[in-house]
Design a protein around this ligand. Structure first.
Ligand SMILES: [Zn+2]
Ligand SMILES: [Zn+2]
Length: 156
C-alpha cells in the first residue's frame, strides 16, 4: 500500500500489512483532524518506507497534558502519520492512502465521544475507551509487537 500528502512532496509505502487498524473517536483525534474520527494503521516504524520527502514532527498538545508527535508534509502540512508512546510503532493515517477503501477498522475506540450520526457495524468490536491488545490482536501481530519491544529493551 502506498500513500502521501496532498502536494505530492511526501510519498510512503507500507512494506507489509499493518499490525492492527484503529478507528479512534476520541476528542484529541477529532480536534487534530477537524473531523469525526481518525483511521490509524498501526505498523512498525521500519515498515513505513519513505519514497519521497521528509515528514516533519510537530508536537501537538493532548487533553491529558501530554504531547503527541504528528508528522506532517513540510509544504502542504498534511499529517501522514503520528507517534504515541512507542517510537517503534507508527500510526499511519488511513485517509492519506492512495486507496483509502482498501482498509477498514479492526476496532473502534473511544466511542464515548463518537458523534451520534456515525453508525458502527455490529461485526467490528467497539469500546467506550480502549481495549486489551492481547485479547483482540491476531497472534502474528502480537509476535511482531513483542519483537519491537525486545529491540527497545536492547536500546536501553
Ligand atoms: Zn505535501
Ligand atoms: Zn484518538
Amino acid at each position: 500500500m502506498e500513500g502521501g500528502c496532498a502536494c505530492g512532496e511526501v510519498r510512503y509505502r507500507l512494506t507489509s500489512d499493518p499490525l492492527f487498524i484503529h478507528c479512534c473517536h476520541c476528542l484529541n483525534c477529532q480536534r487534530q483532524t477537524g473531523s469525526a474520527f481518525v483511521i490509524n494503521l498501526l505498523i512498525e516504524t521500519d515498515r513505513v518506507e519513505l519514497l519521497l520527502g521528509l515528514p516533519q514532527p510537530v508536537e501537538a498538545p493532548r487533553d491529558d497534558g501530554s504531547k503527541q508527535r504528528i508528522f506532517r508534509c513540510p509544504t502542504c502540512q498534511v499529517a501522514v502519520f503520528s507517534e504515541y508512546s512507542h517510537p517503534g510503532v507508527r500510526f499511519v493515517r488511513g485517509g492519506t492512502l492512495d486507496q483509502p477503501t482498501c482498509v477498514s477498522p479492526d476496532v473502534h475506540i473511544f466511542t464515548r465521544s463518537k458523534v451520534d450520526w456515525v453508525m458502527l457495524p455490529d461485526a467490528t468490536p467497539a469500546f467506550e475507551v480502549y481495549y486489551d491488545t492481547k485479547a483482540l490482536w491476531p497472534a502474528a501481530s502480537l509476535e511482531r509487537l513483542e519483537a519491537i519491544r525486545t529491540v527497545r529493551r536492547r536500546d536501553w
